[in-house]
Design a binder for this molecule. Sequence first.
Ligand code: ZN
Length: 330
Amino acid sequence: MNVSLRPRRRPRARRTLAALSTVALGLTGLSLTACSADSTDDDAAGDTLSVAASFYPIQYLAEAIGGDNVTVTSITPTNVEPHDYELAPKDVTALSSTDLVAYVPGFQPSLDDALAEVAGPTVVDLSEAVDLVPHDGVEHDDEADGAHESTQADDGADAATTDPHFWLDPVRMQSAAQAIETALAQADPDHAADYQANLAELTEALGGLDADFSTGLAQCERTTFVAAHAAFGYLAERYGLTQASVSGVDPESEPSPAELATVKQVVQETGTTTIFTEELVSPKTAEALAAETGATTAVLNPLESAPESGDYADAMSANLQALRTALACE
Ligand SMILES: [Zn+2]
């Protein structure tokens, strides 16, 4: 191909030969500016990559990296708890006409099933990039009183033993961002330079968040916090904290009396003064536990849906403040 073609002199050639613009972008940073300034040409017509993210944190990453070159939708509707979200037939149909789907297997079995059925989208499995591991609270189904629960443990070993909540660890979010950038650049090489630039910016912002958490949680009176459900295992591990939770990994599951007794004991032994609740789950049990132990309640957002105001970074900063208050950090 004619690499010496100068796109700025021959804009028509650039429009007709889309592939050449990639070459041009690689050659000079100036053409990148020229390209976005020229957005009046029909670059956008039908060219936008459609991305379906399984739920909010992945949607946030895809939007930040994809910018104007992608149209991102969340498969789980806003304000719907994504654990065990059941896709409607129309969701499955919509998936088949999507260019790219980004998700974590094991978190939403109904989506796993749908993706096994649909042909068409490029499927981006983020689980390897974010290095999912088991955490306490995720395995609580298997404990001593659970003889009658044993079928649950046989049901998909991965989902039962690894913790899906990688997005509450900013460092794992950086890895997920990298994986999404790679997938977008492969699917839409014409805009690879945009994706790379957006990734760099996002990686820096997430790095800043990580630094804030490290500093903000370094000197605290307590290190154990009580969450509504076991979503904060990666966060706890990253910043040297210990998570206890009212419910296990599934926010909808009611804790057994034995589990409640265990959490109550943790609250009393660690001098915990705050029981965390979350927006999409009834605070009833957490409030009862707080009342019994003389603690108060506060919100810690597991970011399983878009926050009511602001975005992921804002909600994570609010989480940091909530933890600092609860743990009496300096
Ligand atoms: Zn969760």
